[in-house]
Design a binder for this molecule. Structure first.
Ligand code: AMP
Length: 185
């Protein structure tokens, strides 16, 4: 049991649900990093559904045309949102995985450096794109993902994560782009 107060952009109930489905893994993948493992949340059917429904309450029906998920855990949430709304799903992948011509964006991670890519023809011009990932840390990944959506002709309709690590200031880094986080820690 914990008496910790949990907060998030969709209220304390959903924040508590995400917190309850997360396991802190110290020193993974590097010493000093506390990895937020959301696998217990994903594997709990009713909790996962509530999380997806919570995101859809925040982004009302018709506010986006397509969902872009950031590799790899973002894919899980993006696919669920896509299925629930009938929107298509676009993967934003790590370098070298996409089979056709792609735009690339490099950035720094909390634990290293990386490059993300999206197919050049992933979006129709002006399509509104909801971008999804599991955790917002420094905001490098999200910044690159949102840049890629715009580079490929999409309009960012929103950026949503299950958990935000507020002490790493990712939200500030993405400003003025709005961030929706179900849990802020
Ligand atoms: P960042 O670019 O620093 O905002 O890092 C966010 C990306 O790295 C997301 O795709 C997360 O899945 C992953 N990530 C970064 N830090 C953590 C962490 N402490 N626990 C779990 N995932 C993380």
């Amino acid at each position: 049991m914990t008496s910790e107060i949990v907060t998030g952009d969709s209220g304390p109930e959903l924040a508590a649900l995400v917190a309850g489905g997360t396991v802190d893994v110290p020193d993974f993948p590097k010493p000093g990093i506390v990895f937020k493992d959301l696998m217990p949340l994903f594997s709990d059917g009713p909790a996962f559904r509530q999380v997806v429904d919570g995101i859809l309450v925040h982004y009302g029906a018709g506010s986006f045309d397509v969902v872009a998920g950031v590799e790899a855990r973002g894919f899980l949430v993006a696919a669920a949102i896509g299925y629930a709304t009938g929107a298509g799903v676009v993967p934003i992948r790590k370098a070298g995985k996409l089979p056709r011509p792609a735009f690339s964006a490099s950035y720094e991670l909390e634990y290293g450096e990386a490059t993300l890519e999206v197919h050049r023809d992933a979006f129709e011009a002006g399509q509104r794109v909801l971008v999804v990932d599991d955790v917002l840390a420094t905001g490098g990944t999200a910044g690159a993902a949102l840049d890629l959506v715009e580079q490929a002709g999409g309009i960012v309709a929103g950026f949503t994560v299950l958990m935000e690590l507020a002490f790493l200031d990712g939200r500030k880094r993405l400003n003025p782009r709005p961030v929706h986080a179900l849990l802020t820690v």
